[in-house]
Structures are given as structure tokens and as C-alpha cells.
Write a new protein. Structure first.
Ligand SMILES: Nc1nc2c(ncn2[C@@H]2O[C@H](COP(=O)(O)OP(=O)(O)OP(=O)(O)O)[C@@H](O)[C@H]2O)c(=O)[nH]1
Ligand SMILES: [Mg+2]
Length: 333
């Protein structure tokens, strides 16, 4: 499935129906008076935040969202039917901006949230409303109001409690697979994960939090290296970050340097994000190399006041403690 997290779309709510000019014509009732009904209201454009949606793809494809017109009023006092609302399902976390002013109009930041994005026009009044003692046969009716029209930019920023950070291949996706039902692809090459994935982690039977797996970062990401920092906006709305480091045989990387490099990219993207509380853990504890490296790295992290954890998604070692530490941070924030 294609992941789209930003798009432009024009929304046009339905026009109101015309009011009607008509007169009552019945046998034995001369001068029956006006009987033109009102036009119906045009349909609204409504956005609904839907847990089942993960991409703005369908909105990006449609480009124009149009509401149904209200029916025109008719004779015999008949009012036109209201146009049906167009309900558009968008992912939770979609922000709606006015393209012209760049103003944030709506933030679909909660499940089941609904917002009327553009209002349908009111129906015009039919001539039954215009009779007066001086004019008992009015030939006047109002046209329907036009529906609201807006050019919008949609930006999806996924809503998660914890964001996963780390170099490619450190085991971010393996970790999220081991603690949730999320199924991002895992492989032994960098940039396996190409789009964000969300996983719900159950700490116990009634406490859970949401983790977002994002594509790996490398030095220079802020200026576009690797997959860049395009996906960092998806950890902007998290309360805490889980920063994973690893020592892979043959790659000659250093956990402390990796940690600093990624934090530098984070700060380049958004200094506020760099201050978000982080839990730091070394992965792949089951590999003998990791256990060796952990002892040294732990001391170096301790000097910075960081308590480096050690986990293995493969064996599950250390995972529960890590989840509790994260949950505590999420609760505190
Ligand atoms: N032995 C061992 N291998 C692991 C563990 N976690 C991950 N791996 C391996 O490390 C490799 C990379 O894992 P991924 O989960 O795809 O890494 P990632 O951080 O999501 O990588 P990108 O999506 O490319 O950024 C895979 O071959 C995994 O099998 C672990 O706990 N133990
Ligand atoms: Mg991955």
C-alpha cells in the first residue's frame, strides 16, 4: 500500500437548492396564494478520524471533494431535500491547513473525531415566505446559497505515545513486532522500513501505549541523506522516544557516536524534539558481541547520566523492563 502523508485537495460543499415560486391552484379556491417551497440545504464536507486509515492516499487521488446539492423547492408547499453530507475518512493525526493562509483549521487528533470542514449552502426561501398583506401573490423566491469552497493541505502526523529512533538495522522493527501486533518488514539490510508503522503495546491487561516505528536515520538525514528526516514529523507528537543502538559485527559502528549522531539530526529537525525524554537501549542482547560491547557502552552512557538498557527481541530478555520504563515516561508526560 502506498503511504501518503501530505496532499492538497479542494473541497466544495453542496449548494443550497433554489426556493420556488408557485401558486396554489385548486378548484373552488380562487387566489390560492403562494405555495413555492424552500430549497434544501447543500451537503457538508465532513472529515472523520478513522483508526483503520493509515494513509492519505484516497484523498490525494480524489483531489476534489464535492458535496451534494440541496434539492430545489417545488410547488404545493414542497421543500427540497437536504443534500447528503460527504463523509471523508482520514487517518487519526491528520491536520487540515488552509492552503492560502497556511492556517491550521482542524486537527483530527483523536479517534472518532468529526469536523465539518466545509458547510453546505442554505436553501433559498420559496415564495410562501414572502406574502404580506400588501402583496399576497409574491413572485419572489431566493436562490440557494453556494456551498463553502476551500483549498486545503492535509498533513498526516501519526499519533503515538512513543517514537522509535535508531540507525537502520538496529532492530527497531523487530522490537515493535515482538511487543505488538504491528508487522513491519524485518531484514538484514538498511532501510527495510520505508513508511511509519504503529503498534499497540499492552503493558498489562488494562494499560497500553502506542509505538511508532519509523525508517532508520543516518548522519546527514537533516539534509536528505538516506530516507532523510521526512518521517521525523511522525515522532513530533509522541511523549517519549525509544532510542535503540546496536553493535553489528563488521560494521564498526560505535553506540555512543551513533546516539550522538541521531540526536544531532533530531536537533536539526526540531530542537524541541531533541529535548523529548528518551529511553536508550542496546538491542540484540543474545549476540555475544553485544554483551561485550554493552559493558563498555553502559559506562560511557552512565557518564552522561543515561542508564543504557539491554534487550533482545529474539529471546525477550529485558523487554518487559524496557516496556515498564517507557510506560512510566508516557504516564509522566
Ligand atoms: N540476534 C538478533 N538479531 C536481531 C534482533 N533484533 C533484530 N535483529 C536482526 O537485525 C536485522 C535488522 O532488523 P530490523 O528490525 O529490520 O531493523 P530496523 O532497525 O527496523 O532497520 P530499518 O527498518 O532498515 O531501519 C534483522 O536481520 C533482524 O533479524 C535481536 O534481538 N537479536
Ligand atoms: Mg525497520
Amino acid at each position: 500500500m502506498k503511504f501518503v502523508d501530505s496532499c492538497e485537495v479542494k473541497v466544495v460543499a453542496g449548494d443550497g437548492g433554489r426556493g420556488c415560486v408557485a401558486f396554489r391552484r385548486e378548484r373552488y379556491i380562487p387566489h390560492g396564494g403562494p405555495s413555492g417551497g424552500d430549497g434544501g440545504k447543500g451537503g457538508d464536507i465532513v472529515f472523520a478520524a478513522d483508526a483503520g486509515k493509515t494513509t492519505l492516499l484516497d484523498v490525494a487521488i480524489s483531489r476534489r471533494l464535492v458535496g451534494e446539492r440541496g434539492e430545489h423547492g417545488r410547488g404545493k408547499d414542497q421543500y427540497g431535500k437536504t443534500g447528503r453530507d460527504l463523509v471523508v475518512h482520514v487517518p487519526v493525526g491528520t491536520q487540515v491547513f488552509d492552503t492560502a493562509t497556511n492556517e491550521l483549521l482542524f486537527d483530527m487528533d483523536a479517534l472518532e473525531k468529526r469536523a465539518v470542514i466545509a458547510r453546505g449552502g442554505r436553501g433559498g426561501r420559496g415564495n410562501i415566505h414572502f406574502a404580506t398583506p400588501y402583496d399576497r401573490a409574491p413572485r419572489r423566491a431566493d436562490p440557494g446559497e453556494t456551498g463553502q469552497e476551500l483549498n486545503l493541505r492535509l498533513e498526516l502526523k501519526v499519533m503515538a505515545d512513543v517514537g522509535l529512533l535508531g540507525f537502520p538495522n538496529v532492530g527497531k522493527s523487530t522490537f515493535i513486532r515482538s511487543v505488538s501486533h504491528a508487522r513491519p518488514k524485518v531484514a538484514d539490510y538498511p532501510f527495510t522500513t520505508l513508511v511509519p508503522h504503529l503498534g499497540v503495546v499492552a503493558v498489562d491487561s488494562d494499560h497500553s501505549f502506542v509505538v511508532a516505528d519509523i525508517p532508520g536515520l543516518i548522519p546527514g538525514a537533516a539534509s536528505g541523506a538516506g530516507l532523510g528526516i521526512r518521517f521525523l514529523k511522525h515522532v513530533e507528537r509522541t511523549r517519549a522516544l525509544l532510542h535503540l543502538v546496536a553493535v553489528d559485527p563488521g560494521e564498526g559502528r560505535d553506540p555512543v557516536k551513533d546516539f550522538d549522531a541521531i540526536n544531532a539530526e533530531l536537533a536539526a529537525f526540531d530542537p524541541k524534539l531533541a529535548e523529548r525524554p528518551q529511553v536508550v537501549a542496546m538491542t540484540k542482547a543474545d549476540l555475544p558481541d553485544s554483551q561485550e560491547a554493552y559493558k563498555k557502552a553502559r559506562r560511557r552512557f552512565a557518564k552522561r547520566g543515561i542508564d543504557l538498557k539491554l534487550v533482545s527481541a529474539a529471546t525477550g530478555a529485558g523487554v518487559r523492563e524496557l516496556l515498564f520504563a517507557l510506560y512510566a515516561l508516557v504516564k509522566k508526560a
